[in-house]
Write a protein that binds this ligand. Structure first.
Ligand code: CO8
Length: 258
């Protein structure tokens, strides 16, 4: 884990932290960073001691997008053969809940990385946008798909077509961000939220995330059927019995992830 050059990792309790660390490029997502991010998230995902992952950047930037300087001269064939999307796709499929703790710029691929997480917690300094159109391209890591689902077609279309940024307050009003906190409190707030999540039963967290994800990927009827099946299957878990017994006995549950 210590071999990474573009991210920093730490574990606090049952929470795994991934800090993007390319300060010289405002955490622009080059191929090394995307590979390391995917590998680190996969390692946390495989660890039963981790119940929530937090991805964060610096005070100035969560991530200012894909690395423009690395992409600039690539041909369409190279883009296709190198498949620069694969790491982010893998990241978006981890089963463990992921919080994006965003301060400063979350632009282009940076905004898309935040949207590949489950919850976006923003500092009041956060700025979100899909400026790819000003570079002569379009979003390529989910911006034209996840943003309209998050904030509605018309506002997403305005952002994608103009390339303008929105501040944290606007992003919260639009529904992209679940909460805005003072920048100085971002890590403490993210940690508190992550600990609250990580204290739950891990298989139930996986089930909840999978069912939530179905809402983005399927129609409502199929999603409702999927949710009902997942809900029913959870009655095979010790943790369901424990959670409901704890309620009846008026005590905190002791989940064993079984
Ligand atoms: N890529 C490479 N380097 C970057 C990037 C980037 N996306 N963003 C900033 N940097 C670098 C700058 O070049 C600069 O480096 P240097 O000091 O060597 O010149 C350093 O970071 C600091 O940046 P600025 O001096 O520009 O800082 P400012 O405070 O003046 O401006 C901004 C901050 C507004 C964030 C500005 O840097 C900016 O506009 N950045 C680009 C934002 C952008 O267009 N992002 C979209 C990129 S395209 C994309 O994300 C497509 C995603 C899909 C790709 C799928 C394949 C992976």
């Amino acid at each position: 884990m210590s071999d990474y050059s573009t991210i920093l990792l730490s574990t606090r309790g049952r929470v795994g932290w991934i800090t993007l660390n390319r300060p010289e490029a405002l955490n622009a997502l080059n191929s090394t960073l995307v590979e390391e991010l995917a590998a680190a998230a996969a390692a946390f995902d495989a660890d039963e001691e981790i119940g929530c992952i937090v991805v964060t950047g610096s005070e100035r930037a969560f991530a200012a997008g894909a690395d423009i300087k690395q992409m600039e001269d690539r041909s369409a064939v190279e883009m296709s053969l190198r498949n620069p999307f694969v790491g982010l796709e893998a990241f978006s499929r981890v089963r463990t809940p992921v919080i994006a703790a965003v301060a400063g710029y979350a632009l282009g691929g940076g905004c898309e990385l935040a949207m590949a997480c489950d919850i976006i917690l923003a500092a009041d300094t956060a700025r979100f946008g899909q400026p790819e159109i000003t570079l002569g391209v379009i979003p390529g890591l989910g911006g034209t798909q996840r943003l309209p689902r998050a904030i509605g077609y018309y506002k997403a279309a305005e952002l994608v077509l103009t390339g303008r940024m929105m501040d944290a307050a606007e992003a919260e009003r639009a529904g992209l961000v679940s909460r805005v906190v003072p920048a100085a409190d971002l890590f403490a707030e993210a940690e508190a939220m992550a600990e609250q999540i990580a204290a739950k039963s891990l298989p139930v967290l996986y089930a909840a995330k999978e069912s939530l994800r179905a809402s983005l990927e399927t129609g409502a009827a199929e999603g409702l059927r999927f949710e009902k099946q997942v809900f029913t299957s959870l009655f095979a878990l010790d943790d369901q019995k424990e959670g409901m017994a704890a309620f009846r006995e008026k005590r905190a549950p002791r989940f064993t992830n079984r």
